[in-house]
Design a protein around this ligand. Sequence first.
Ligand SMILES: Nc1ncnc2c1ncn2[C@@H]1O[C@H](COP(=O)(O)OP(=O)(O)OP(=O)(O)O)[C@@H](O)[C@H]1O
Ligand SMILES: [Mg+2]
Length: 330
Amino acid sequence: MFDVITIGSAVRDVFVQSRDFKVLKTKVFKTGEALAMSLGSKLYIEDLKSFTGGGAVNTAITFANQGLKVGALTVVGDDSAGHSLRDYFQEKGIARDFLIVDKKGNTACSIILTTGKRGRTILSYGGAEWHLRKSDIPWKKLAETKWIYLNHLGGESADLVPEIIGYADRNNIKVAWNPGKTQLEDKKRILPYLYDIDVFIVNQEEASYVTGELYEEREKIFSKLDKWVRGLVIMTRGAKGVEVSDGKTRWSSGVLPLKRVVDRTGAGDAFGSGLVAALIKKPGDIEYAIQFASANATGVLTQWGASKGLLKKSDSPTKYGTLQIKKTML
Ligand SMILES: Nc1ncnc2c1ncn2[C@@H]1O[C@H](COP(=O)(O)OP(=O)(O)OP(=O)(O)O)[C@@H](O)[C@H]1O
Ligand SMILES: [Mg+2]
């Protein structure tokens, strides 16, 4: 029996840092800024780092670090990135029963270009990322889990979201859901399923899309979601912290002290998976779960990549300090 099976993407993240990348003001792009480099030149890279990433992998690492029995349902290509991910699963103790190899596609890759100081531009190559098909899923084996942690599914894989949630419901599997862009773009892909969710995780911007309320209307957004979701609603707010509710009680907190954010990739994944890992370990203890999730996210922010810095089993959840959590009865 698995404690949890994560579902989503597996990506190789490559960070490329160069002082020769310049940030220019421009009207060509909506953001008003461009990351530029001189055309025809040979530029030197000061730092090149490569990590595993993607929702299914990042979240599975949190669970594996806590000694929980975890598998990751995801697709990689039959290439070196795919093979190294397979070895990595073995090393981390993530079951490979759900790791699907697409013979035709390449493993997804994100190239993150940064000057090292201001911002970053991400070049994203999907490859085999969304080649997850209904017939590839070992459905019977999927029933052997207590929890499913569902991340963004895009492309043709997005059609599997209702199937997975329905399957979990029929088999008494708890579902944590952190929907992605494809789900957020179309409310029909989210709203009908909210009632079946045990833990729904979104940031405030995503929550405003789901509810159709303005970003600034934090209370309206949160109370709508709280009504729609059967279980816990988690709304993360970046450096401002998090709001959590189970419909009867509400918990609000800020963040743990942090001198410098080294790299924010994976903060959301670390928070959501940390929260669910804590709930598996101490069911019903929401304050412990918020503390644990925050520490897991803080750890990731202090290091490069989406999985370095995640709490280890031997780490105390108060490693980075103790959060003040405000509890209100609704
Ligand atoms: N600057 C920060 N300082 C301290 N903690 C932070 C900071 N940014 C994020 N966190 C922690 O990480 C949690 C999740 O962050 P955030 O709300 O940015 O998630 P997200 O938008 O889903 O991120 P992602 O881009 O990884 O999907 C926050 O609730 C907070 O606990
Ligand atoms: Mg997120």
